[in-house]
Design a protein around this ligand. Structure first.
Ligand SMILES: Cc1ncc(C[n+]2csc(CCOP(=O)(O)OP(=O)(O)O)c2C)c(N)n1
Ligand SMILES: [Mg+2]
Length: 324
């Protein structure tokens, strides 16, 4: 079913929020105010948004080290995220998680994850819980082309197939694992989805730089999984704009590669072009979104800077869960 103008504006707002959030972090990190490692998601927005806008808060996702986009798309509070990345007491995880471990159980975001290949087994756990409660929920693992080589990912895919768990394996192929190209490191470089098929599940393939291609393919996949047919996978061909981590000069890229990607594969540009051609949303409405999002990001940074540092006296809080 075609998306209405409210849904299109929502999708654009989410993608733009991720883009400006990441571009702003790229600048702010240089000031030295933000501790820890940061991996930016810019370029891949259509994947997170095309997928997460079709999930409910009851569906669970597990992210990666490159998790800001997944968090925003799943509904995490942007100001709380910025405070978290600044390590402040008012952060979404009270300043304990930083960029790489943001979680928000209230919106079904089980966590970003520093362990490559760590997400897929967790998503299968969430999917098994969903199968038991029978409400049609799903567990989604976001993984990169690097993570598709991990044994944990293979084991998780096999377990999901044999238990018929409603697990969804999302492979974001941005063609690099740290500084190593997929053509060198992934045996099925242009076809990660075939690995999922080999484990016995259906797999979809889509252009991850095109919101509509991603959205439509995932809609079909989701219907299949919610219909009780066990797990499924989707591979998205996408692009990473910034370095593997902030500070990576990307010297391993080919000459002109980044300029070409930004010029030819930008998901926001493609989105604007498509809705302009179809006349489904006015450019004035999109411009208004740009303005609103820019103000939101300014506010988020100002609030993060002004927020208090966590109190060291509370360092042991929340370490153990109370089950009884
Ligand atoms: C188990 C494990 N091995 C190695 C690393 C170091 N490492 C961090 S990110 C990364 C690359 C991951 O590549 P990919 O899965 O393609 O995700 P992307 O960075 O492209 O989003 C590696 C090797 C790690 N964090 N965990
Ligand atoms: Mg990658």
């Amino acid at each position: 079913m075609p998306l209405d103008s409210d849904q299109l504006l929502h999708a654009y707002r989410q993608m733009k929020t991720i883009r400006l959030f990441e571009e702003r972090l790229h600048d702010e990190i240089k000031t030295g105010e933000i501790g820890g490692f940061t991996h930016l998601y810019a370029g891949q927005e259509a994947v997170a948004v095309g997928i997460c806008m079709q999930l409910t808060t009851e569906d669970k996702i597990v992210s990666t080290h490159r998790g800001h986009g997944h968090c925003i798309a799943k509904g995490c509070d942007v100001i709380g995220m910025m405070k978290e990345i600044y390590g402040r007491a008012g952060g979404l995880c009270k300043g304990r998680a930083g960029s790489m471990h943001i979680a928000d159980l209230d919106v079904g975001m089980l966590g970003a994850n520093g362990i490559v290949g760590g997400g897929a087994p967790q998503a299968v756990g969430a999917a098994l819980a969903a199968r038991i409660d029978g409400k049609g929920r799903v567990g989604v693992a976001f993984s990169g082309d690097g993570a598709c080589n991990q044994g944990t990912t293979f084991e998780a895919m096999n377990l999901a197939v044999v238990t018929k768990a409603p697990a969804i394996f999302v492979f974001e192929n941005n063609h690099y694992s740290e500084h190593t190209g997929d053509a060198y490191a992934v045996g099925t470089a242009d076809d990660i989805a075939s690995r999922a098929e080999a484990f016995g599940m259906r797999a979809w393939r889509a252009d991850g730089c095109d919101f509509f291609s991603t959205y439509d393919a995932f809609a079909e996949l989701l219907e299949h999984v919610r219909g009780g047919n066990g797990p499924a996978a989707i591979e998205l061909d996408t692009e990473r704009y910034f370095g593997h981590f902030e500070g990576d000069p990307q010297r391993y890229r080919g000459k002109g590669e980044l300029d070409r990607i930004r010029a030819e594969r930008d998901c926001l540009t493609a989105f604007r072009e498509k809705v302009r051609m179809e006349g489904s949303v006015t450019h004035a409405a999109l411009d208004q979104v740009d303005e609103d999002v820019a103000a939101l990001i300014d506010d988020a940074v100002a609030q993060a800077r002004a927020d208090a540092e966590p109190d060291p006296a509370n360092v042991a809080d929340d370490v153990y869960a109370d089950y009884f």
